[in-house]
Design a protein around this ligand. Structure first.
Ligand SMILES: [Zn+2]
Length: 322
């Protein structure tokens, strides 16, 4: 590959990773791959430089690094699409993060930049969100659930209150197909390459983001549209090219590409700052930075609070002498 972080693993090593976790099914992957090899002679084809690709974008670390990677390492024209689910809880902060990332990408990559498109879709059954209303569930409870691999609210814009083995996140790439259809219909632009920014770590907890699920998505997109020219994969996880990045690797790659990671928004809280310690995505995010020893410039409420408390305590202790 083109740099040390995006190294290319051998098939044997890649398969060993897959065999080691419960959310993967090597038999299913091989069945799909065999089918595509027979049908079209390839499973996944890396698009050529200057081709156009669609990217499912959320404003979080992974999809932001994916955006930079597709432009900087592959020289693609990237059409980011945001699945806007009208979530009120974090929508404001998230939108502000997306706006500032837009400015960064537009300025840095004027030739390959396309403004992210918002597709308004509600993918969560109302009956479900009514039953488990996030307003009545504490952050700690959600985090605890996430750690126990039960019910969770992983990310309000991507995965609201779903089971880790649920199907909701699985639906997202299909909206990439919807956006492709929209681009064809409205602008007469044809794009058959769809990417997501799932890394290997994501699929350990959330089965719909496993490599097996990614492959079955490719199969489902092609069969559902009776069109076998679709190309679908993750920027960070593809057996054909041997790319396999974990959360830390994704962060390291982003840092190397100069992506302003602190501008991305992962928290599902709605504070001015990301919480840092009360939600699963913040905990994941901090662990990711720590795992590769990269400085996390994000301002978290948890560390800010400590600083403020420390400052107050320091001055109070001084007061005692008066
Ligand atoms: Zn948070």
């Amino acid at each position: 590959m083109k740099n040390k972080i995006m190294r290319s693993w051998s098939r044997k090593k890649f398969d060993a990773y897959l065999k080691n976790r419960a959310t993967e099914d090597l038999e299913a992957i091989n069945a799909v791959d065999d089918f595509f090899l027979q049908r079209r002679g390839y499973v996944f084809k890396q698009p050529k430089a200057k081709e156009s690709v669609i990217l499912l974008f959320s404003g979080g670390i992974d999809s932001t690094v994916a955006w930079a990677t597709l432009i900087e390492l592959y020289n693609y024209k990237v059409y980011p699409v945001i699945i806007d689910r009208g979530s009120k809880r974090r929508a404001k902060r998230e939108r502000a993060a997306v706006k500032s990332l837009e400015k960064y990408f537009a300025k840095k990559y004027p030739d390959n930049y396309v403004e992210p498109f918002h597709l308004t879709v509600n993918t969560i059954a109302k009956e479900f969100s009514d039953t488990i209303n996030p307003n009545f569930v504490s952050d700690q409870e959600i985090l605890h659930n996430f750690q126990q691999n039960k019910w969770l609210a992983n990310d309000d814009s991507n995965v609201v209150l779903v089971r880790t083995r649920g199907v909701s996140p699985y639906l997202m790439p299909f909206y990439g197909v919807v956006y492709s259809n929209y681009l064809k219909f409205v602008n007469n632009i044809e794009i058959k390459n769809i990417f997501v920014g799932a890394n290997f770590t994501d699929g350990s907890e959330v089965s719909s983001q496993s490599f097996t699920a990614l492959r079955s998505t490719l199969f489902a997109i092609c069969t559902a549209t009776a069109d076998y020219s679709w190309n679908f994969s993750s920027v960070f996880l593809e057996r054909e090219t041997g790319v396999l990045l974990e959360k830390g690797g994704t962060i390291a790659l982003g840092a190397k590409l100069g992506v302003p990671l602190e501008k991305t928004w992962s928290c599902y809280g709605d504070g001015i700052f990301q919480c840092g310690d009360r939600c699963a995505t913040c905990v994941n995010r901090r662990e990711g930075f720590a795992s590769v020893g990269i400085e996390d410039k994000t301002i978290y409420w948890s560390s800010l609070k400590e600083k403020i408390l420390g400052y107050i305590k320091f001055h109070l202790s001084k007061l005692k002498f008066w």
